[in-house]
Every structure is written in C-alpha cells, then in structure tokens.
Design a protein around this ligand. Structure first.
Ligand code: BES
Ligand code: ZN
Ligand code: ZN
Length: 498
C-alpha cells in the first residue's frame, strides 16, 4: 500500500474510489470538504435519501450514474461537529480503509479537509496513521491469509500551498506507524518464540537498521552488577533474563524510557489461574513500546539523546524459582520481601529504574502492564499515570490527548507507602488489595534517584484489546502498540521546546 500526497483538482483525478467526508447534521449530513458542483450533484441523491447519518465511521459507497472521476464515492461520517478531534479523523479513516479493502478497491483518493483548529498537515498525519494502523494484522502464523487485499495506491489530495508540509507530515506519520506495528508484532509474539535473548536480538537488529546502538547484559554480569530483581524473577525459567540497553544519540538532552519485558507471566510460584493465562504473553508490551519508540525516534532523528532500557525475563515456577518470603536486594542496595512472585514487574523495573537514574537523565518514563488493579480502576479507556513531577505529568497528559492515548493521573500520597512497609526488609512487593495500582507505583518510586522527574505509565488495560471490547477501527484485536505514539509526541514537544 503506497500512500502519497498530491496537489491536484479533484475534477482531474482518476481513481476507483474517492472518499468524501461529512459531518452529522441536525437535518442532513454536511459535506466537510470543498467539492466541485459536478461531484456535489452526483452524491446529493444519496445524502438526501436519508439513510446515511454521517455518524463517526459510517461508510456509504455510492456509484455515480454518469462517467465521473471515480467509479465509487465513499461517503464517510466524521460524526458530530462539536465532538470533532484528530481521534475522530483516525477512527473514521480507519473504517474507510477497512471498507475499501472489503470492496476490493485498488486505487483511492482521499481529499484532506481543512478543519480548524487542526492544520491540514496535522489531519494528513492522522489520516496516514489510521490507514496504516487499521490495516495491521498479526498473521505470520497463518497458513492462509483470509483478509481482502489492500489498495495499491492511496493519494491524499491537498492544496499546493501546504503540499510540502503535508508531505513531511505524511512521511513522519508513516515512520511512526511502522514503529507502532513493530511494537504490536513484539507484543503479539508467542513467548515460546520470543525468549528474553531473542527479544534482545530483535532490538539489536532494529537498531542496526534504524540507527541506535544496543547492549545486552546477560545473567552473570547482571549478578555482578547487583541486579537482584531481574535475576530473582528470571531464575525460575530455563530461558535466562537479560537487560537490553538501547542508545540513540541525536544530541541534546538525555531522556530514559524503561519498558517491562516479561515475555510470559505465569505468576511464578504464586501461579495465576489458568483462565486467560495465554494473555500474559502481552506482559512484554512495555518493552515492545520502548523498542518501537527507539525505532521511531532514531528514524525521525529527533534532537535528543534517548536511552531505552528493557529488563527482559520469563516468570515461571520451577525448582529454582523465586519464592514468597524470599528477600531480594536491588541495584540501589534496597531490599524487598516477596509476598507474591506474581508482582514481578515491579521487581525487574526496580533494577532498571535504579540503573536509569545513574545516568541522571532529564526524565525517566516507564511503561508497564503492571497491575490488574489499574484495569479495575480505569478499564481499557486510559492508562494509569503516576509521577513525582507535575510538569512532566501535564506534558504527558497533553501528548496523550493529542494522539488519542489517554492518561489519567492517580496520586502517590505518603499513606500509600505505608501499605508496602515490611517487618523484615525495606519494603514488601505487595501492599494488599486496596489501591493496588498505586502501591505498585509507590514501590517503583523507591528506585528513582532523588530529584529526577519520573513518570510511570500502567498500560495493563490499554496494551491489548480483547474479544469483548468494541473494536476501534485502527486498533485491531490483540496488541495495540500503546505508548509509541504517546512518547513520540511527548519527546517531539520536548525537543521543540529547547
Ligand atoms: N502482569 C500482571 C498484571 C496484569 C494483570 C496486567 C492482568 C494485565 C492484566 C502483573 O505482573 C501481576 O500479576 N500483578 C498482580 C499484582 C498482585 C499480585 C499484587 C495483579 O495485578 O494481580
Ligand atoms: Zn505477575
Ligand atoms: Zn506481570
């Protein structure tokens, strides 16, 4: 599927389908783009007939009676004008491409509407993301792919005055979308085919192509470095743990991102119920997002230094596994009493956060499918945000709003730290059922160096979509790749600021 930006008159194009965006109106739908009279006339009967309300994502294929610029005009609902946002653009155009695929369209034209307060390049970018992300399938294990074919060519029509800017926006959006798809691939991979060392190889390979370096620290050295959290969680599996460190140098300030890379979370000795345990292959979604983010930032050549840190482990029970009651010592010297071996994410992140802090970065952000409690609190509609810094939290929330990956901040009051006090160690790894997402974040905060702005993003509810959740057009079932677009946007805003 080739996507290109062109500047031409709609009357002069030739395609087998042209998308026409409309808003839901009080009486009839309202066309959202400037159209030549001839085309308006051709689609008027279909609009007036009344069946098409232009609800968000609603698609009505109409076929002009005379020879026209296209064999089909695909009327596309953008929903209510009051609710319009870039997210509506993404949702709507995601549905457009899904329908186009079903209808076997080979060659499409999408005029990009000008809809303030959003700029035409911004809308172009959202359209490209939607087209690219809605077409994603994890089908590498299928002998036969049943899906329809994608269009060969999609041309985005813009005015000549903004063509250059839209070109750049489209190129950037394509880079970011590929990075999101890489993150989805990594998270969707069965753990049997992606043990920690393999994940490190994938990261190194991506780095070679995209332009960042990768170091892989293996178990023996982790032991010497005092990474007791990663070692203890990893020791139950015959696939040894690793710490993956990716570095991109675009000059400028250093940011660190940390991703939970539990390739499979059985719970360990505190074993999980077997129902839905297969979903725990997604427990590496934080790591997947960090690797995707490194790819995007390196390819976009953002003027920052970015360090991606992924502790990768497999949490399994065995004769060598970590046990409740054990006490673990981490990289920064602190200790924790193990109450549940299923609260393993915080143990590996503890070492990674302590290590990241040693680099004294401008900020540390971690992404983790950390707690079921976060899913109970926010469902699948937002990721949990926890931070020791208001400015950082606000910037992340703003980036999330823009890209359609919402964050909701929860408090880190000192009372929550009381919940994880231990009789025998500096802390315990579980603070009881109340506020489970917060006590997990409080645990992590013990490993962030003094004065370093830090944010923890719990993506347990947003990292993958299940059968039961309504499918979003550009987020097919399975891994979502959440975090990549969010942090690209955040880092872009930071690099523009300086
Ligand atoms: N990976 C899970 C968290 C999780 C659960 C993510 C369900 C998405 C869906 C994590 O390692 C875990 O098991 N957390 C426990 C912590 C508890 C033992 C304090 C949980 O949330 O139940
Ligand atoms: Zn667990
Ligand atoms: Zn886990």
């Amino acid at each position: 599927m080739k996507i290109e930006v062109i500047s031409a008159r709609l009357e002069d194009v030739k395609a087998d389908s042209v998308v026409i965006q409309l808003f839901e109106g009080t009486e009839a739908p309202e066309i959202a783009i400037t159209l030549p009279e001839s085309i308006k006339k051709e689609i008027a009967p279909s609009i007036e007939r009344g069946g098409f309300r232009a609800k968000l994502g609603q698609v009505l294929p109409t076929y002009p009676s005379s020879v026209s610029v296209a064999g089909c005009f695909m009327l596309l609902g953008l929903g209510n004008k009051q609710d319009f946002s870039l997210e509506a653009v993404r949702q709507a155009h995601g549905y457009a491409i899904i329908r186009a695929k079903e209808m076997g369209m080979r060659n499409m034209v999408i005029p990009i509407p000008s809809l303030p307060p959003y700029s035409v390049p911004e809308i172009t970018s959202s359209v490209v993301e939607a087209l690219s992300l809605a077409s994603y399938r994890f089908d590498r294990y299928k002998s036969k792919v049943e899906d329809g074919k994608q269009p060969e060519l999609i041309q985005l029509l813009v005015g000549s005055d903004v063509k250059a800017m839209c070109d750049a926006a489209a190129r950037e959006a394509a880079v970011v979308s590929e990075a999101v798809k890489l993150a989805r691939d990594i998270a969707n991979m069965p753990s049997g085919d992606l043990p920690p060392k393999k994940m490190a190889e994938v990261a190194a390979e991506v780095g070679r192509i995209s332009g960042f370096s990768t170091r892989v620290i293996e178990a023996e050295e982790l032991e010497r470095m005092g990474m007791g959290g990663i070692i203890s969680v990893g020791k139950g599996s015959s696939n040894p743990p690793v710490l993956i460190i990716m570095e991109y140098d675009g000059g400028g300030e250093t940011y660190a991102v940390v991703g939970k890379g539990v390739v499979f979370d059985s719970g360990g000795i505190s074993i999980k119920p077997s129902e839905k345990m297969e979903e725990m292959k997604y427990d590496k979604s934080g790591a997947a997002a960090v690797i995707g983010l490194m790819k995007a930032v390196a390819e976009l050549k953002l003027p920052i230094k970015l360090v991606g840190i992924v502790p990768a482990v497999e949490n399994l029970p065995s004769g060598r596994a970590l046990k409740p009651g054990d006490i673990v010592r981490f990289r920064n010297g602190k200790t924790a009493e193990i109450i549940s071996t299923d609260a393993e994410g915080r143990l590996i992140l503890a070492d990674a956060l302590a290590y990241a802090s040693e680099m004294k970065p401008k900020a540390i952000i971690d992404l983790a499918t950390l707690t079921g409690a976060c899913v109970i609190a926010l469902g699948t509609h937002a990721s949990g945000l926890f931070s020791n810094n208001d400015g950082l939290a606000e910037a992340l929330i703003k980036a999330g709003e823009k890209v359609g990956e919402r964050l909701w901040r929860l408090p880190l009051w000192k009372e929550y730290f009381e919940q994880i006090k231990s009789e025998v160690a500096d802390m315990k790894n579980v603070g009881g059922r109340p506020a489970g997402a917060i006590t997990a974040a409080a645990f992590l905060m013990n490993f962030v160096g003094d004065g370093i702005p830090w944010a923890h993003i719990d993506i347990a509810g947003t990292a993958w979509t299940q059968e039961s959740s309504p499918e979003k057009s550009y987020i097919p079932k399975g891994a979502t790749g959440v975090g990549v677009r969010l942090l690209v946007e955040f880092l872009k805003s930071r690099s523009e600021r300086s």
